[in-house]
Design a protein around this ligand. Structure first.
Ligand code: SF4
Length: 596
């Protein structure tokens, strides 16, 4: 049975009142791939009466009263994506689709959904606590640069006027909060939960407190902003992180240390919850995000890569939380039992597929480790990275009854894959369907250094390993590389270097991601400040639409419409000598299209 979305549905369960009501910017898909249904099922399994208000019309408060007043609190999420990232392209143009909405339609949630939803809830139920969470709240919990307004905004907790913010993975903090409220503790006295942030008037006592430069300082001084980011980056490890405080005017944001990751048995318990694995019955049109994941299996959470432009490490944590093989197989068996299932599992993975089962082999060192990444600048020698658990898992899944094929379509870290020959063999022999997605993102050394990615040498070594292994297996397989243009530190010359690399290695890109400064990442800090916060070194930042457009075009030489732009880019960096090599044309030709 779905969780109730109306009072009638709640009544059918015999619930005249709910304990916790979730409000989300996504459609309600009862599947563990989506955070709100997962947390709602988690609380339900601990005896709480839970309902979901999904994609309410925010123009009035009535839709927010659909399930009445909750006994404990409202839990608000903008959805699986930050609402501004979901709504706008890197060029700040409005998108016309939304994969988390029936019919792929744009417009089912407002900009800054967390703030808007909280405001409507407070209009309707002034005295009911509102807890905000999800990726939008999580990554905007401190004063942060907002690309869409091109300014530093306050912590979202102040702007939303919510009572508490849950960041990272929500199972532990939400459950503990609900349990303490159930035991009668007043909401206002619960300020010490790991994985949460609250607003306070007085500084917390004790030595384990880090004071960041204030909102006023970071909004007016880019060096202070970079310093705040640097200090914060040392407080990501839940095993040793301290409470982080940031003053906003006469009040303080108090961010408690991150909550501990889930153990394997807890992960298994989460994924064994009674999900229907389908969108709510009220939807009449397909939801692209569901179609994409309906035959995929999440094997783990977290990522220890620490790529500068990615928020996953900040949100899911650096410690990998893997499910047991038995738990994954149970889910595969349930999937195989569905009438519509045709035998193909579309993905077995997580944020980075080959991190399943990988862990730090020195718990004593890990307990105090404050490194940004376990892989950069080179894989840490303490990492137990053999890839054997992941290889075993693949073998078991493809051997499961009812499964004809099991793909790995999540991305892999190729610098890690080099240490995992057994997993690589399994992958290439059975699971990539001729195409393997990898994300070198760039090859110019000063850019990959700023991205915290391995450089060209490691990528080339991996390519030759991939090609040798594929040849040994007698398979024609290709690498699909992902690259980013316009990342802080990238010049036109760097993009020319990358274009030449593609030419030399015979690689072709289908898509190039134009860098977007999403909230909370290291790269966004560099974009805003022009400083690498970890070294204090100045960073060149491509900002203009013209330069960004030319950077992107340089990787798309196989598309006829991009060729005039490539010629323009080569002219601008004085490398017309490369026209023949990159485009197969000699000298200048009249341009039909240029960027001004
Ligand atoms: S010691 Fe190494 S492997 Fe362990 S957490 Fe730190 S960086 Fe990662």
């Amino acid at each position: 049975m779905f969780l109730p979305v109306t009072r009638d549905e709640a009544a059918r369960r015999g619930w005249d009142e709910l304990d916790v009501i979730f409000v989300t910017g996504d459609a309600y898909i009862d599947h563990p791939a989506f955070g709100v249904p997962l947390l709602a099922r988690w609380l339900e399994s601990h005896g709480f009466r839970v309902g979901i208000i999904s994609q309410p019309d925010w123009r009035s408060r009535e839709p927010f009263t659909a399930l009445g007043r909750p006994r404990l609190f409202f839990a608000v999420s903008a959805g699986a994506m930050d609402s501004m990232v979901a709504h706008y392209t890197p060029a700040r143009k409005l998108r016309h689709d939304d994969a988390y909405t029936p019919g792929n339609r744009h417009g089912a949630r407002p900009n800054r959904a967390t703030i808007v939803y909280t405001s409507r809830l407070k209009e309707a139920y002034r005295d009911v606590p509102v807890v905000i969470g999800g990726i939008e709240a999580s990554l905007r919990r401190f004063a942060h640069y907002d690309y869409w307004e091109d300014k530093v905004r306050r912590s979202i907790l102040f702007d939303a006027k919510a009572d508490m913010l849950v960041y990272g993975m929500g199972e532990r903090p939400l459950l503990e909060l609900a349990n303490r409220l159930r035991r009668g503790e007043p909401f206002g006295r619960i300020g010490d939960l790991c994985g949460t942030a609250v607003i306070a008037r007085e500084e917390p006592g004790g030595e384990n407190v880090v004071m960041l430069p204030s909102f006023e300082q970071v909004s007016g001084d880019r060096h202070a902003y970079a310093e705040a980011f640097r200090l914060l980056s040392y407080e990501q490890n839940p095993l040793c992180a301290r409470t982080v405080v940031q003053r906003h005017g006469d009040r303080l944001l108090v961010c408690n240390s991150p909550s501990l990751p889930l153990f394997e048995a807890e992960m298994d318990a989460v994924y064994a919850l009674p999900f229907i694995k389908a969108p709510h019955l009220s939807y009449r049109e397909p939801i692209p995000a569901y179609e994409q994941i309906k035959t995929s299996i999440t094997s783990h959470r977290g990522c220890f890569g620490g790529c500068a432009f990615c928020a996953i490490t900040h949100h899911q944590g650096r410690i990998i939380q893997s499910r047991s093989a038995a738990s994954v197989l149970q889910e595969v068996e349930r999937l195989a039992g569905q009438r519509w299932f045709r035998g193909a599992v579309s993905d077995i993975g997580g944020p980075t597929a080959n991190m399943y089962g990988v862990r730090c082999g020195r718990p004593d060192i890990q307990a105090a480790c404050r490194k940004e990444s376990c892989l950069y600048p080179q894989p840490c020698r303490n990492l137990i990275a053999s890839g054997r658990p992941a290889a075993d898992l693949l073998r078991k899944v493809r051997g499961a009854r009812g499964v004809t094929h099991a793909a790995v379509s999540s991305g892999v870290r190729y610098d890690l894959l080099r240490l995992q020959p057994e997993y690589l063999r399994e992958l290439l022999r059975h699971h990539v369907g001729g195409l393997l997605k990898v994300a070198p993102e760039h090859v110019a050394e000063r850019v990959t250094h700023l991205m915290r990615k391995p450089g060209a040498k490691i990528f080339e070594e991996f390519l030759s390993q991939f090609r040798c292994e594929s040849a040994r297996l007698g398979k024609r397989q290709h690498v699909v590389p992902y690259f980013i243009s316009g990342h802080p530190g990238t010049t036109l010359d760097d993009m020319v270097e990358l274009a030449l690399f593609l030419r030399r290695t015979g690689l072709r890109v289908e898509q190039v991601q134009d860098f977007t400064p999403t909230p909370g990442t290291l790269a966004t800090c560099m974009y805003h400040t022009g400083i690498d916060p970890m070294t204090g070194v100045s960073v060149y930042v491509p900002r203009g639409g013209k330069e960004k457009r030319l950077q992107k075009a340089l990787l798309l030489g196989h598309i006829a419409a991009e060729r005039p732009l490539i010629m323009q880019a080569l002219r601008e960096c004085g490398r017309e000598d490369l026209c023949v090599e990159l485009l197969g044309v000699r000298g200048r030709k009249p341009d039909r299209r240029t960027v001004d």
